[in-house]
Design a protein around this ligand. Structure first.
Ligand code: F1P
Length: 346
Protein backbone atom coordinates (compact mmCIF):
# COMPACT_ATOMS: atom_id res chain seq x y z
CA UNK A 1 0.00 0.00 0.00
CA UNK A 2 2.91 2.30 0.80
CA UNK A 3 4.46 1.71 -2.63
CA UNK A 4 1.07 2.09 -4.23
CA UNK A 5 0.40 5.48 -2.62
CA UNK A 6 3.95 6.84 -2.96
CA UNK A 7 4.07 9.91 -5.19
CA UNK A 8 0.34 9.85 -5.49
CA UNK A 9 -1.12 11.63 -2.49
CA UNK A 10 -0.16 15.06 -1.22
CA UNK A 11 -2.53 15.80 1.63
CA UNK A 12 -0.85 19.12 2.55
CA UNK A 13 -1.41 20.46 -0.96
CA UNK A 14 -4.78 18.74 -1.31
CA UNK A 15 -3.85 17.07 -4.59
CA UNK A 16 -3.54 13.55 -5.95
CA UNK A 17 -1.61 12.19 -8.91
CA UNK A 18 -3.64 9.73 -10.92
CA UNK A 19 -1.66 9.65 -14.15
CA UNK A 20 -3.58 9.80 -17.41
CA UNK A 21 -6.93 9.59 -15.65
CA UNK A 22 -6.71 13.30 -14.96
CA UNK A 23 -6.90 13.92 -18.72
CA UNK A 24 -10.44 12.59 -18.57
CA UNK A 25 -11.60 15.01 -15.91
CA UNK A 26 -14.59 16.24 -17.95
CA UNK A 27 -15.73 12.66 -18.40
CA UNK A 28 -15.37 12.06 -14.67
CA UNK A 29 -17.37 15.18 -13.85
CA UNK A 30 -20.25 14.29 -16.14
CA UNK A 31 -20.40 10.51 -16.09
CA UNK A 32 -23.82 8.94 -15.41
CA UNK A 33 -22.65 5.44 -14.63
CA UNK A 34 -19.48 3.52 -13.87
CA UNK A 35 -19.13 -0.16 -14.74
CA UNK A 36 -16.36 -2.11 -13.04
CA UNK A 37 -15.21 -5.31 -14.80
CA UNK A 38 -12.81 -7.84 -13.29
CA UNK A 39 -12.34 -11.48 -12.28
CA UNK A 40 -11.62 -13.25 -8.99
CA UNK A 41 -9.90 -11.20 -6.33
CA UNK A 42 -9.90 -8.15 -8.59
CA UNK A 43 -13.70 -8.41 -8.79
CA UNK A 44 -13.85 -8.31 -4.99
CA UNK A 45 -11.73 -5.15 -5.02
CA UNK A 46 -14.23 -3.77 -7.54
CA UNK A 47 -17.08 -4.41 -5.11
CA UNK A 48 -15.27 -2.40 -2.43
CA UNK A 49 -14.87 0.31 -5.10
CA UNK A 50 -18.62 0.29 -5.69
CA UNK A 51 -19.34 1.01 -2.03
CA UNK A 52 -16.78 3.82 -1.92
CA UNK A 53 -17.55 5.51 -5.25
CA UNK A 54 -21.30 5.49 -4.60
CA UNK A 55 -20.78 6.70 -1.02
CA UNK A 56 -18.49 9.61 -1.84
CA UNK A 57 -19.01 10.50 -5.51
CA UNK A 58 -22.72 9.54 -5.72
CA UNK A 59 -22.32 7.95 -9.18
CA UNK A 60 -24.17 4.67 -9.79
CA UNK A 61 -21.71 1.80 -10.06
CA UNK A 62 -22.22 -1.70 -11.42
CA UNK A 63 -19.66 -4.41 -10.77
CA UNK A 64 -19.56 -7.17 -13.35
CA UNK A 65 -17.68 -10.43 -13.62
CA UNK A 66 -15.80 -9.89 -16.89
CA UNK A 67 -16.33 -13.58 -17.66
CA UNK A 68 -20.11 -13.03 -17.73
CA UNK A 69 -20.19 -9.53 -19.11
CA UNK A 70 -18.28 -10.47 -22.26
CA UNK A 71 -20.72 -13.20 -23.26
CA UNK A 72 -24.00 -11.37 -22.77
CA UNK A 73 -25.30 -8.35 -24.58
CA UNK A 74 -24.81 -5.66 -21.94
CA UNK A 75 -26.16 -2.15 -22.37
CA UNK A 76 -23.14 0.11 -22.72
CA UNK A 77 -23.00 3.57 -24.26
CA UNK A 78 -20.40 6.21 -24.91
CA UNK A 79 -21.58 7.92 -21.72
CA UNK A 80 -20.28 5.04 -19.60
CA UNK A 81 -16.99 4.89 -17.82
CA UNK A 82 -15.62 1.37 -17.45
CA UNK A 83 -12.95 0.55 -14.87
CA UNK A 84 -11.14 -2.71 -15.61
CA UNK A 85 -9.17 -4.20 -12.71
CA UNK A 86 -6.51 -6.88 -13.14
CA UNK A 87 -3.42 -7.82 -11.20
CA UNK A 88 -1.68 -9.52 -14.12
CA UNK A 89 -3.09 -7.30 -16.82
CA UNK A 90 -3.43 -10.39 -19.01
CA UNK A 91 -6.75 -11.97 -17.97
CA UNK A 92 -8.52 -12.95 -21.19
CA UNK A 93 -12.06 -12.37 -19.87
CA UNK A 94 -11.20 -8.89 -18.64
CA UNK A 95 -9.55 -8.05 -21.96
CA UNK A 96 -12.60 -9.24 -23.89
CA UNK A 97 -14.89 -7.16 -21.64
CA UNK A 98 -12.73 -4.09 -22.33
CA UNK A 99 -12.86 -4.64 -26.10
CA UNK A 100 -16.64 -5.02 -25.97
CA UNK A 101 -17.09 -1.79 -23.99
CA UNK A 102 -14.66 0.03 -26.30
CA UNK A 103 -16.62 -1.05 -29.37
CA UNK A 104 -19.70 0.56 -27.83
CA UNK A 105 -17.79 3.80 -27.27
CA UNK A 106 -17.23 3.69 -23.51
CA UNK A 107 -14.18 5.25 -21.90
CA UNK A 108 -11.99 2.63 -20.23
CA UNK A 109 -9.71 3.10 -17.23
CA UNK A 110 -7.44 0.31 -16.07
CA UNK A 111 -6.13 -0.60 -12.63
CA UNK A 112 -3.26 -2.96 -13.17
CA UNK A 113 -0.21 -4.24 -11.32
CA UNK A 114 2.10 -5.44 -14.07
CA UNK A 115 3.64 -2.49 -15.89
CA UNK A 116 3.46 -2.82 -19.67
CA UNK A 117 0.99 -5.74 -19.58
CA UNK A 118 -1.69 -6.12 -22.25
CA UNK A 119 -4.59 -4.47 -20.40
CA UNK A 120 -2.84 -1.11 -19.83
CA UNK A 121 -2.17 -1.06 -23.58
CA UNK A 122 -5.84 -1.35 -24.55
CA UNK A 123 -7.33 1.08 -22.01
CA UNK A 124 -7.67 4.84 -22.52
CA UNK A 125 -5.99 5.70 -19.23
CA UNK A 126 -5.05 3.92 -16.06
CA UNK A 127 -3.30 3.61 -12.75
CA UNK A 128 -0.63 1.09 -11.87
CA UNK A 129 -0.92 -0.37 -8.40
CA UNK A 130 2.86 -0.76 -7.95
CA UNK A 131 2.36 -3.58 -5.44
CA UNK A 132 5.49 -5.34 -6.70
CA UNK A 133 5.52 -8.84 -8.19
CA UNK A 134 2.98 -11.25 -6.71
CA UNK A 135 5.19 -14.26 -5.97
CA UNK A 136 2.29 -16.60 -5.33
CA UNK A 137 -0.57 -17.31 -7.68
CA UNK A 138 -3.26 -16.11 -5.26
CA UNK A 139 -3.59 -12.36 -5.32
CA UNK A 140 -2.87 -10.79 -1.89
CA UNK A 141 -0.95 -7.52 -1.82
CA UNK A 142 -2.40 -6.73 -5.24
CA UNK A 143 -5.87 -6.76 -3.61
CA UNK A 144 -5.00 -4.20 -0.94
CA UNK A 145 -3.23 -2.07 -3.56
CA UNK A 146 -6.28 -2.22 -5.86
CA UNK A 147 -8.51 -1.19 -2.97
CA UNK A 148 -6.11 1.67 -2.17
CA UNK A 149 -6.33 2.96 -5.75
CA UNK A 150 -10.11 2.62 -5.79
CA UNK A 151 -10.34 4.51 -2.49
CA UNK A 152 -8.23 7.26 -3.98
CA UNK A 153 -10.31 7.29 -7.15
CA UNK A 154 -13.52 7.53 -5.12
CA UNK A 155 -12.16 10.60 -3.31
CA UNK A 156 -10.89 12.14 -6.55
CA UNK A 157 -14.15 11.59 -8.45
CA UNK A 158 -16.04 13.01 -5.47
CA UNK A 159 -13.77 16.07 -5.35
CA UNK A 160 -14.19 16.69 -9.09
CA UNK A 161 -17.96 16.33 -8.94
CA UNK A 162 -18.20 18.50 -5.84
CA UNK A 163 -19.88 15.85 -3.72
CA UNK A 164 -17.23 16.38 -1.04
CA UNK A 165 -15.64 19.67 -0.01
CA UNK A 166 -11.94 20.35 -0.51
CA UNK A 167 -11.40 20.25 3.26
CA UNK A 168 -13.04 16.81 3.49
CA UNK A 169 -10.92 15.68 0.51
CA UNK A 170 -7.76 16.73 2.37
CA UNK A 171 -9.01 15.02 5.55
CA UNK A 172 -9.62 11.75 3.67
CA UNK A 173 -6.23 11.88 1.96
CA UNK A 174 -4.57 12.42 5.33
CA UNK A 175 -6.34 9.35 6.72
CA UNK A 176 -5.37 7.27 3.69
CA UNK A 177 -1.76 8.39 4.08
CA UNK A 178 -1.75 6.84 7.59
CA UNK A 179 -2.99 3.42 6.43
CA UNK A 180 0.46 1.86 5.77
CA UNK A 181 1.38 2.40 9.46
CA UNK A 182 -1.93 0.89 10.55
CA UNK A 183 -1.32 -2.13 8.31
CA UNK A 184 1.99 -2.64 10.11
CA UNK A 185 0.08 -2.64 13.40
CA UNK A 186 -2.54 -5.00 11.97
CA UNK A 187 0.22 -7.48 11.15
CA UNK A 188 0.93 -7.84 14.87
CA UNK A 189 -2.10 -10.13 15.03
CA UNK A 190 0.01 -12.93 13.51
CA UNK A 191 0.55 -14.91 16.75
CA UNK A 192 -3.17 -14.90 17.53
CA UNK A 193 -3.97 -15.94 13.95
CA UNK A 194 -1.57 -18.92 14.22
CA UNK A 195 -3.49 -20.17 17.31
CA UNK A 196 -6.79 -19.87 15.45
CA UNK A 197 -5.36 -21.60 12.38
CA UNK A 198 -4.19 -24.48 14.59
CA UNK A 199 -7.70 -24.86 16.02
CA UNK A 200 -9.56 -24.78 12.69
CA UNK A 201 -7.07 -26.24 10.20
CA UNK A 202 -9.03 -29.49 9.87
CA UNK A 203 -12.43 -27.87 9.26
CA UNK A 204 -14.27 -29.01 6.15
CA UNK A 205 -16.13 -25.72 5.69
CA UNK A 206 -15.96 -22.12 6.76
CA UNK A 207 -18.32 -19.17 6.46
CA UNK A 208 -17.20 -15.53 6.18
CA UNK A 209 -19.67 -12.75 6.96
CA UNK A 210 -19.54 -8.97 6.80
CA UNK A 211 -21.78 -5.97 6.16
CA UNK A 212 -21.27 -2.94 3.93
CA UNK A 213 -17.82 -2.78 2.40
CA UNK A 214 -16.79 -5.61 4.72
CA UNK A 215 -19.00 -7.92 2.65
CA UNK A 216 -16.51 -8.01 -0.28
CA UNK A 217 -13.77 -8.52 2.32
CA UNK A 218 -15.70 -11.60 3.52
CA UNK A 219 -15.88 -12.83 -0.10
CA UNK A 220 -12.15 -12.33 -0.46
CA UNK A 221 -11.42 -14.08 2.86
CA UNK A 222 -13.41 -17.09 1.65
CA UNK A 223 -11.72 -17.10 -1.76
CA UNK A 224 -8.23 -17.08 -0.23
CA UNK A 225 -9.11 -20.04 2.00
CA UNK A 226 -10.51 -21.96 -0.99
CA UNK A 227 -7.60 -21.10 -3.27
CA UNK A 228 -4.70 -21.98 -1.00
CA UNK A 229 -6.04 -24.43 1.63
CA UNK A 230 -8.73 -26.22 -0.41
CA UNK A 231 -11.25 -25.77 2.38
CA UNK A 232 -14.77 -25.11 1.18
CA UNK A 233 -15.57 -21.54 2.18
CA UNK A 234 -18.35 -19.10 1.38
CA UNK A 235 -18.56 -15.36 1.85
CA UNK A 236 -21.96 -13.79 2.43
CA UNK A 237 -23.39 -10.46 3.47
CA UNK A 238 -24.09 -11.00 7.19
CA UNK A 239 -27.66 -9.81 6.68
CA UNK A 240 -28.24 -12.57 4.10
CA UNK A 241 -27.39 -15.27 6.63
CA UNK A 242 -31.03 -15.67 7.62
CA UNK A 243 -31.97 -16.24 3.98
CA UNK A 244 -30.18 -19.55 3.70
CA UNK A 245 -26.69 -20.08 5.12
CA UNK A 246 -28.02 -20.15 8.68
CA UNK A 247 -29.17 -23.71 7.93
CA UNK A 248 -25.52 -24.75 7.74
CA UNK A 249 -24.53 -23.53 11.17
CA UNK A 250 -23.54 -26.09 13.77
CA UNK A 251 -20.51 -26.87 15.94
CA UNK A 252 -18.51 -27.92 12.86
CA UNK A 253 -18.96 -24.64 11.05
CA UNK A 254 -16.48 -21.92 11.96
CA UNK A 255 -17.89 -18.50 11.12
CA UNK A 256 -15.54 -15.59 10.54
CA UNK A 257 -17.15 -12.19 11.12
CA UNK A 258 -15.77 -8.82 10.21
CA UNK A 259 -17.12 -7.06 13.28
CA UNK A 260 -15.24 -3.78 13.42
CA UNK A 261 -16.68 -0.63 15.00
CA UNK A 262 -18.68 0.93 12.20
CA UNK A 263 -22.22 1.97 11.32
CA UNK A 264 -23.51 -1.62 11.29
CA UNK A 265 -21.69 -2.81 14.40
CA UNK A 266 -24.85 -3.46 16.45
CA UNK A 267 -26.40 -5.45 13.61
CA UNK A 268 -23.28 -7.58 13.27
CA UNK A 269 -23.47 -8.26 17.01
CA UNK A 270 -26.98 -9.66 16.62
CA UNK A 271 -25.75 -11.85 13.72
CA UNK A 272 -23.00 -13.18 15.99
CA UNK A 273 -25.62 -13.98 18.64
CA UNK A 274 -27.62 -15.91 16.05
CA UNK A 275 -24.57 -18.01 15.20
CA UNK A 276 -23.66 -18.61 18.83
CA UNK A 277 -27.24 -19.67 19.63
CA UNK A 278 -26.85 -22.45 17.03
CA UNK A 279 -23.58 -23.73 18.41
CA UNK A 280 -21.36 -22.18 15.72
CA UNK A 281 -17.77 -21.17 16.49
CA UNK A 282 -17.18 -17.48 15.96
CA UNK A 283 -13.89 -15.92 14.93
CA UNK A 284 -14.28 -12.14 14.85
CA UNK A 285 -12.10 -9.42 13.38
CA UNK A 286 -12.65 -6.53 15.81
CA UNK A 287 -11.44 -2.98 16.30
CA UNK A 288 -8.74 -2.41 18.87
CA UNK A 289 -10.26 -1.96 22.33
CA UNK A 290 -13.51 -3.76 21.48
CA UNK A 291 -15.26 -5.39 24.43
CA UNK A 292 -18.79 -6.29 23.23
CA UNK A 293 -17.83 -8.74 20.47
CA UNK A 294 -14.98 -10.10 22.59
CA UNK A 295 -17.50 -11.12 25.23
CA UNK A 296 -19.37 -13.24 22.67
CA UNK A 297 -16.90 -14.57 20.12
CA UNK A 298 -14.77 -17.69 20.61
CA UNK A 299 -11.74 -15.97 19.09
CA UNK A 300 -11.08 -12.35 18.26
CA UNK A 301 -8.39 -10.71 16.17
CA UNK A 302 -7.80 -7.01 16.75
CA UNK A 303 -7.05 -4.51 14.01
CA UNK A 304 -6.39 -0.80 14.58
CA UNK A 305 -9.40 1.46 14.91
CA UNK A 306 -10.02 3.32 11.64
CA UNK A 307 -12.79 5.03 9.68
CA UNK A 308 -15.30 2.69 8.03
CA UNK A 309 -13.93 3.59 4.57
CA UNK A 310 -10.54 2.11 5.38
CA UNK A 311 -11.66 -1.08 7.13
CA UNK A 312 -11.30 -3.26 3.99
CA UNK A 313 -7.60 -2.37 3.80
CA UNK A 314 -6.99 -3.52 7.38
CA UNK A 315 -9.51 -6.34 7.85
CA UNK A 316 -8.10 -8.18 4.82
CA UNK A 317 -4.73 -8.64 6.52
CA UNK A 318 -5.75 -11.16 9.23
CA UNK A 319 -7.92 -13.04 6.74
CA UNK A 320 -4.99 -13.48 4.35
CA UNK A 321 -2.80 -14.59 7.27
CA UNK A 322 -5.43 -17.07 8.43
CA UNK A 323 -5.59 -18.73 5.01
CA UNK A 324 -1.82 -18.72 4.77
CA UNK A 325 -1.25 -20.42 8.13
CA UNK A 326 -4.02 -22.97 7.62
CA UNK A 327 -2.61 -23.82 4.17
CA UNK A 328 0.92 -24.26 5.53
CA UNK A 329 -0.36 -26.43 8.43
CA UNK A 330 -2.23 -28.61 5.91
CA UNK A 331 0.92 -29.03 3.85
CA UNK A 332 -0.38 -27.07 0.86
CA UNK A 333 1.88 -25.16 -1.51
CA UNK A 334 0.70 -21.60 -0.87
CA UNK A 335 2.62 -20.15 -3.81
CA UNK A 336 1.45 -22.63 -6.39
CA UNK A 337 -2.02 -23.90 -5.52
CA UNK A 338 -3.28 -26.81 -7.58
CA UNK A 339 -5.29 -26.05 -10.73
CA UNK A 340 -4.69 -22.29 -10.57
CA UNK A 341 -2.78 -20.17 -13.07
CA UNK A 342 -1.27 -16.79 -12.37
CA UNK A 343 -2.66 -15.36 -15.55
CA UNK A 344 -5.83 -16.85 -16.95
CA UNK A 345 -5.20 -16.08 -20.59
CA UNK A 346 -7.71 -18.39 -22.24
C1 F1P B 1 -7.77 -12.71 -11.69
C2 F1P B 1 -7.65 -13.99 -10.90
C3 F1P B 1 -6.96 -13.78 -9.55
C4 F1P B 1 -6.74 -15.10 -8.83
C5 F1P B 1 -6.00 -16.12 -9.74
C6 F1P B 1 -6.68 -16.23 -11.07
O1 F1P B 1 -6.52 -12.27 -12.12
O2 F1P B 1 -8.94 -14.49 -10.70
O3 F1P B 1 -7.73 -12.94 -8.75
O4 F1P B 1 -6.00 -14.89 -7.65
O5 F1P B 1 -4.66 -15.72 -9.92
O6 F1P B 1 -6.91 -14.93 -11.66
P1 F1P B 1 -6.15 -10.78 -12.50
O7 F1P B 1 -7.02 -10.38 -13.66
O8 F1P B 1 -6.38 -9.92 -11.31
O9 F1P B 1 -4.70 -10.88 -12.89
Amino acid sequence: IRDCLRGRIYPEQGVVQLGGIKEYVEKIKNVDRIIIVACGTSWHAGLVGEYLIEEYARVPVEVEYASEFRYRNPIITSKDLVIAISQSGETADTMAAIELAKEKGATIFGICNVVGASIPRITHAGVYTHAGPEIGVASTKAFTAQVSVLTLMAFYIAQQRGTITQSKFVEYLTELDEIPQLVEKALLCNEEVIKIAERFKDSANCLFLGRGSSFPVALEGALKLKEISYIHAEGYPAAEMKHGPIALIDADMPVVFIATKNSQYEKVISNIQEVKARGGHVIAIVSEGDTDVKAMADYTIEIPLTGETFVPLLATIPLQLLSYHIAVMRGCNVDQPRNLAKSVTV
